[in-house]
Design a protein around this ligand. Structure first.
Ligand code: DGJ
Length: 749
């Protein structure tokens, strides 16, 4: 998979899907030569043209070679200071104050498999699944080194990259920027696609022209955030969901990040991505190393769906670990929107009774079970059960859920501390805080200093002892504010620029210890919904609560956007009550259910108050989900229509089972419209020669006035070949109602 040609200096990473080519020139410099569709052999049909460019300087050794300048070369991991004026991938300040360094090639190594990254989540692979190239660069003064690592996987359209900085000298240096990757493209005929949002409004697609000069999106919040996602795609203009060249980048990192693009004077494009360099200052003492997070690079010739499927596949097969990696996820009921803080054992047991009766599988007890927490003012940090609410403790509710055939799950928010808590009274120094400046609050809470070993130990012990105290099958791990006054009383002054990065490393150390200690537990991460939905968290916890917004209409865009990078099985999705608690909207139960079935399905409302008719519908939905679950959770996912295109009124999602035998199609039309066109859905990813029988059909139900008109003609029982379904498509029966949602199931004959 990886070859090196000494005569040309060409490194070629290749599998059936992609090629990635870099070149060592003049024995010193690493140039980027190609990334895209697989090429059998790179012979350099597009040699770099040496042109004398004014104001593009020459390195000292090439003073008289005016056509040679780092300023115009496509570079693998560029520095700043020797004539390349574009965005650098790294900046280091040396003891004498200079930020000039000069790294040249020293050696390389190609090995089977993929090494782990110390202290960080990263894609993993067996020796026959991947090959890794490590290139060592050395500063010409001799005391600093950088190792660039590139992994190509046998089966994935993905290249994984990271960089490691090593101080082998005698003086400390400050790392002021350390990108996970840099990428130079020969042109700028691209659009820039990223995911933006806010709390309860995560991951909408933003697609804008790539502009000359610099563009950036990122987070300065100490977490990957609701506001921007650690992801960027460059797409050729005209790219659709199913066609066009896409270059996608996703960081395996849960802290703050930045993606910068720069289109420079000669029309080339540089992309830099990694930990946000804003305020970043990592002191590298002699003998110390700094490891950047990993970046996953996907090339897709098949539009956005192609990119998403490559990301989904690598996340499912090489990021998520443990018992639930390939295990079906249970249908849950969560008490948060059902009761908020106002619950006791009796209410929870009633919920359990009803859940068992409806065929649900997991009862989750959310916030409010510990300390004296009856609102969000207190008790974070005091992970001791409140026996006023739960008379027989956690064991009581857990066992009572089990006795009804349900699993039992519990909420935690371990990274936080309330000022009104025994923990804070005992350890005020455990909070991130700047001396002499009052700390800012978010949801009345402060943030624990996870850079401290004793805080990490406390969290592992406090959470662990609760998990040992009762039969707990599932944990929801929440994080409800971002960092402020990010200063650690435990770090020396000159290392404060490391605090936000060390916070995330501390979190990872905690998550590793807890998830390894409790391998049977299903963990779901959460940050006020999807405020930390990233591949880093998925390495520890195989699913994430997608958003605090449970409104089905909002969820169409939230889940469509999230699916750009993450598979449906990573997304928690629940049916909630109407009027919806976040936006007040009244949607049909069917729309809420079908939308939630496109994720880890569950309910989050007081199911005991549903009418008999509603319960009958829930039973039908639950039974259907159980039947389709392997396809919905582990099949290939396709966006056919998203709210980001057209009028934003329609969404269609399709799933194909791993063996290709089962297909599920969902269609949502948010608002009824007069004179509406008849919608044709062209399926995708089918075997054109296979015959598919329509076996399932949930037709849209009228929630508003029935104007009569067309009668629905069900296709159930009929069979069609894949080519007809893909090329001619199927018409959706028109219905005059808002919030229409349909689901079809197909079985290959
Ligand atoms: C935010 C989460 O996203 C909610 O689902 C819920 O767990 C609350 N926190 C509880 O405080």
């Amino acid at each position: 998979m990886i070859t090196f040609d000494e005569s040309t200096g060409i490194f070629h990473l290749r599998n059936d899907k992609v090629s990635y080519v870099l070149q060592l020139v003049r024995g010193k410099y690493l140039l980027h030569r190609y990334w895209g569709k697989a090429i059998r052999e790179f012979r350099d049909s597009r040699p770099f043209q040496a042109i004398d460019r004014a104001f593009s300087p020459q390195p000292a050794a090439y003073e008289n070679e005016r056509t040679f300048s780092l300023d115009v070369l496509p570079r693998e991991y560029p520095d700043y200071g020797h004539g390349d004026y574009r965005l650098p991938a790294y900046v280091m300040r040396q003891a004498d104050g200079t930020t000039v360094t000069e790294f040249w090639y020293e050696s390389h190594e190609i090995k089977a498999g993929k090494p782990g990254l110390a202290g960080l989540p990263a894609a993993y692979a067996k020796d026959d699944e991947a090959e890794t190239l490590t290139i060592r660069l050395r500063d010409t003064k001799g005391s600093l080194a950088i190792e660039l690592q590139y992994t190509i996987f046998a089966e994935e359209a993905v290249i994984a990259r990271n960089a490691r900085f090593l101080n082998t000298g005698e003086l400390a240096v400050d790392l002021l920027q350390a990108a996970s990757f840099a990428m130079d493209f020969a042109d700028h005929e691209f659009e820039r696609l990223n995911l933006w949002g806010g709390h309860a409004a995560e991951r909408s697609v933003e697609r804008v022209p790539l502009m000359r000069g610099q563009q950036e999106h990122g987070s300065r919040r100490g977490a990957s955030s609701h506001q921007q996602s650690p992801f960027l795609a460059l797409v050729r203009p005209g790219t659709t969901e199913t066609a066009g060249d896409v270059y996608g980048f996703s960081l395996v990192w849960s802290g703050e990040f930045s993606f910068k693009t720069e289109v420079e004077q000669f029309g080339t494009t540089r992309v830099i991505g990694g930990i946000n360099d804003f305020g970043f200052d990592w002191q590298l003492q002699p003998e110390e190393e700094f490891q950047t997070p990993e970046a996953l690079l996907v090339y897709s010739p098949d539009g956005l769906n192609g990119m998403s499927q490559a990301f989904h596949h690598i996340v499912r097969e090489h990021i998520v670990r443990g018992k639930y990696q390939h295990a079906l996820r249970p249908i849950l009921v969560n008490n948060w929107e059902a009761t908020y803080f106002d619950f006791d054992e009796e209410k929870i047991n009633k919920l359990a009774d009803c859940a068992a009766d409806l065929g649900l599988e997991l009862l989750v007890l959310d916030d409010g079970w510990f300390g004296k927490r009856n609102d969000d003012n207190s008790s974070l940090g005091d992970w001791v059960v409140n026996t006023q609410k739960l008379k027989q403790g956690l064991k009581g509710v857990a066992e009572s859920a089990h006795s009804r055939g349900l699993k039992f799950g519990l909420w935690f928010e371990p990274e936080m501390i309330s000022a009104d808590s025994d923990l804070y009274r005992a350890h005020p120094e455990w909070v991130l805080q700047v001396p002499d400046y009052p700390s800012s609050y978010g949801r009345h809470q402060l943030v624990l200093d996870l850079t401290r070993q004793e805080v990490q130990d406390y969290i592992v012990e406090a959470v662990g002892s609760v998990l040992r105290s009762a039969p707990i099958d599932y944990v929801k791990w929440d994080f409800n504010r971002h960092l402020t006054e990010a200063f650690s009383l435990a770090l020396p002054d000159e290392r404060q620029g490391e605090t936000k990065t060390r916070f995330v490393l501390g979190l990872y150390a905690i998550l590793e210890r807890i998830t390894q200690a409790f391998p049977e537990i299903l963990f779901e991460s959460c940050s006020g919904g999807g405020g930390r939905f990233d591949a880093g968290m998925l390495y520890y916890m195989p699913q994430t609560w997608t958003s605090d917004n449970t409104d089905a209409v909002c969820r169409l865009s939230i889940q469509s956007g999230t699916s750009m990078v993450f598979p449906p099985v990573a997304m928690g999705a629940h049916v909630s009550v109407v009027p919806n608690h976040q936006v007040g909207r009244v949607t049909s139960l069917q729309m809420r259910a079908i939308c939630a079935m496109a994720g880890d399905f569950g309910y989050e409302l007081d199911i005991t108050r549903m009418t008999d008719a509603e319960k009958a519908q829930v039973r039908e939905h639950v039974a259907l989900y159980k039947k389709l679950r392997p396809t919905l959770q582990f099949g290939s996912f396709y966006r056919l229509l998203t709210p980001f295109a057209g009028k934003g009124n329609e969404t269609a999602w399709q799933f194909v089972s791993q063996d290709g035998k089962q297909v599920v199609l969902m269609y949502f039309k948010t608002l009824a419209e007069p004179a509406s066109p008849i919608r044709t859905l062209k399926l995708t990813g089918l075997d054109k020669d296979a015959c598919y029988k329509v076996t399932q059909y949930l037709p849209a139900q009228r929630t508003s006035m029935d104007f009569g008109g067309e009668t629905a003609t069900s296709l159930v029982g009929q069979s069609f070949y894949g080519d007809e379904l893909m090329y001619s498509g199927m018409a959706v029966e028109k219905i005059d109602t808002d919030f229409a949602a349909y689901l079809w199931g197909f079985e290959q004959q």
